[in-house]
Design a protein around this ligand. Structure first.
Ligand code: NDP
Length: 444
């Protein structure tokens, strides 16, 4: 009871990291604009040659009715594709073998337990998908040809799923890491449960974020490549660079999936529209969009440029991985692991849990984490640039994900700083004076 009350208090604080007006405004804006934006982006990419101007002229001429007409209705084919994919991924998550992994201690003192079988699920998914195509059983071009209907079905299906999460949070929470902010919009948007599960073992956020969302990114990257091949009889080097970089990034993600279970998405953000709808709809549509654009724009870069972009992109993905790895090794070894060959410099920070217990955490102040407080976002953003730049500069739209990611991560750095300041108090202040820049060393 005491834990639940403290949890509800911490929920209220969480929603108000920005001013109340800004929070209401951004929540309502995102809830109402994200779904139509997904359709508009797909329509512009696939039917208007990726040109914002063409799409704008169409909307100017046909108005709201024109927009309603381009919104595809979810078809039986779309539902079947989504259902087969979701059931396949859920089965892999439940039944593939994997090491038992413990997540970080939650605010109410729980320790979620996971099965680390992400790499196996990733390999099985891609091998199955490519084999289905290779042996003529299922052609991925069907997915591309029904993409609008699939997004439409995902938009509505995921909204219903978020309502389910909201009701579950109220009537059958899986653990004490659940609570209401007292505001129906925030509860729906930010979510109520930190670790919702179906039964004891099926973790909903692992499914939505990793096995559905991130996995769909890889599956669609391969789909775009195959579509270009089937249309043109070959794959342009721009498409190859884009697909390889995205797959390297997603391979890194699944390699490090157990580490992801320690990050803000899982350990701090609750299961609601923001995270779950985002992973179920926004990731397969917006994150994959540079590849979607390249399907009909087979740019030839030439070997020198293609290889240079590829190497730069892989380097960024490696640095991003190394930042996350460094922080987690540092925490796992209780500050004993060497950082860039030296003993790490650190701050021992105390904080009080929602159960009023005092605990300590270590903050790394050397290595990547000594350059700035969120340096890991720099290579993340640069990697997105490198897998988009093969599209060159005829249109702005393929760069939408890169711009969106930049805004998302700058906002996330602020949210995280605010959260850490309220968690660690004076220790966070000391960290900020030792490492004054938030993201870009020497600039911001
Ligand atoms: P993390 O959760 O990995 O890192 C932030 C947390 O680490 C803080 O909340 C704090 O948690 C702890 N921390 C902060 N400073 C230190 C320090 N100096 N030493 C030790 N621990 C510290 O961040 P993200 O979840 O944002 O990022 C994880 C990965 O996901 C990154 O690679 C990022 O680029 C990627 N990402 C990608 C996105 C995309 O859409 N493509 C979106 C978001 C992230 P604690 O309470 O434990 O102290």
């Amino acid at each position: 009871m005491v834990a639940a009350k403290a949890e509800a208090e911490s929920m209220k604080k969480k929603e108000l990291v920005h001013s109340p007006i800004l929070t209401y405004f951004s929540v309502i804006t995102l809830l109402s604009t994200c779904p139509p934006f997904v359709i508009l982006l797909w329509y512009t990419m696939v039917h208007q040659d990726g040109s914002i101007l063409n799409a704008f002229n169409y909307l100017k001429e046909h108005g709201i009715e024109g927009f309603v007409n381009i919104w595809p209705r979810p078809t039986a084919v779309a539902w079947k594709i989504i259902a087969c994919y979701a059931l396949f991924e859920a089965a892999l998550q439940l039944w593939l073998p994997g090491k038992r992994v413990e997540g970080p201690i939650s605010p109410t003192g729980n320790k979620p337990v996971y099965k680390a079988n992400g790499v196996l699920a990733y390999v099985v998914t891609l091998v199955t998908y490519v084999s289905l195509w290779w042996f003529g059983i299922f052609n991925p071009t069907v997915v591309y040809n029904h993409l609008g209907e699939i997004y439409s079905a995902l938009i509505f299906g995921s909204l219903v799923f978020c309502v389910f999460l909201y009701i579950k949070g109220h009537v059958a929470p899986s653990s004490t890491d659940s609570g209401s902010s007292g505001n129906i919009i925030f509860d729906f948007y930010w979510g109520m449960e930190l670790y919702p599960r179906i039964g004891k073992n099926f973790d909903i956020k692992v499914f939505t974020n990793c096995r559905f969302g991130m996995m769909s990114w890889a599956v669609l990257a391969v789909t775009y490549c195959i579509k270009q091949y089937e249309t043109n009889g070959k794959v342009a080097d721009s498409m190859l660079v884009n697909t390889v970089l995205m797959l390297v990034y997603i391979t890194k993600f699944f390699w490090w999936e157990a580490g992801y279970w320690n990050t803000m998405d899982i350990a701090h953000d609750r299961a609601g529209f923001y995270i779950c709808w985002g992973c179920l709809v926004w990731v397969p549509s917006i994150y994959t969009s540079p590849g979607m654009y390249l399907v009909n724009h087979p740019v030839n870069l030439g070997p020198q440029l293609a290889i240079s972009i590829l190497i730069a992109g892989i380097l960024c993905i490696y640095i991003n991985y190394d930042c996350d790895r460094q922080r987690q090794e540092f925490r796992r070894t209780n500050g004993k692991a060497l950082v860039w060959g030296k003993a790490p410099s650190k701050i021992v920070a105390s904080y009080t849990t929602t159960k009023a217990e005092t605990k300590t955490s270590l903050l790394l102040t050397s290595g990547w984490w000594g350059l700035s407080r969120h340096f890991h976002y720099v290579p993340e953003i640069m990697a997105a640039f490198f897998w988009t730049v093969p599209a060159l500069f005829d249109n702005f739209l393929p760069y939408f994900y890169f711009v969106f990611l930049t805004i998302l991560l700058f906002d996330r750095a602020k949210r995280d700083d605010d959260r850490c300041r309220s968690k660690y108090g004076k220790y966070w202040k000391t960290y900020c004076s030792k490492v004054p820049y938030r993201i870009i060393p020497g600039i911001y």
